[in-house]
Design a protein around this ligand. Sequence first.
Ligand code: PLP
Length: 358
Amino acid sequence: QAHLHQMRGHHDPHPRSPPEPARIPGSGLQLRRRARQSAREQFSSIIQKAESDLRTLLNIPPEYSVLFLQGGATTQFAAIPLNLCKPDDKVDYLVTGSWGDKAFKEAQKFSKPKVIWSGKSEKYTKIPAFEQLEQSPDAKYLHICANETIHGVEFKTYPTPKNGLLIADMSSNFCSKPVDVSKFGIIYAGAQKNVGPSGVTIVIIRKDLIGNAQEITPVMLDFKIHDDNNSLYNTPPCYGIYMCGLVFEDLLEQGGLAGIEKKNKKKAELLYNAIDGSNGFYRCPVEKSVRSLMNVPFTLEKSELEGEFIKEAAKENMVQLKGHRSVGGMRASIYNAMPLAGVEKLVAFMKIFQAKHA
Ligand code: PLP
């Protein structure tokens, strides 16, 4: 009690005798319960502020719930069909990269998904024209991966699903630009790219989609359980949510997502221009109209030099430039936290490297 008293700002700087223990009626068990409640209340104010700032950033309409969950976006690959479908329900997946493919494969366990378009045969470098899509008339939803992290393919506009329900994995471009949330049934994202430490997954879901989970759904995957408990059904990832809250405050201070998008466009443009202006020394395989602002994959015409490029860049403290093992080459991830100066440094290095090896 004395400790709590001090923490609340009632600290006496010249105590003459130890403070009298405050008298709170009740058993030890009641006291412990009260102490726990107060920790819960204290954390509630942190999570509520984080949610309210995220609502401001993305202009989230009131008919949507915001959930702070665990298990990464990968867990949502299962949670979404479990919550929205019966086992025989049809759902559509538009597969523009390996994350969309993983989401589709997981959905096979809990629903009847169909790949209505896949970019695999073209090494995931494109997004199809939406009018070409043959959507299933009775699909419960259409799932997309808004930004394919490994392949660097990003939706700039969104398809309209036949039955009005669009679901997007925004793990790698969440909070990188404004998004019209009202176009989506669910937006979900692992926090670790743009908004916080791994361990927090954010789900923005239209409220009328909550409460229909399959009977076999584990409590930790049931959106209703988390919604009813304001994301505090079990011990939440407190530190991660606290960090996300600080990032949301910072993004608001930077002028919100329109301001962030401007900065991200400038960074990406600089890098893509350097690649395209290199006379073929560097190449980006992704079709220009769908190139990601967040993940920029590129290769060297002389692929035997790629190892040296990565080694030399590391000597200048530019690390994590190796492309994903499934695609090779290089990949520069230029998330919100990467300053323009970081991209400028990379581009200067690329020019010097080219002059040495051209
Ligand atoms: N979806 C996308 C687009 C990703 O980039 C990632 C991971 O990097 C995932 C899903 C998987 O996320 P997690 O590792 O949080 O499960």
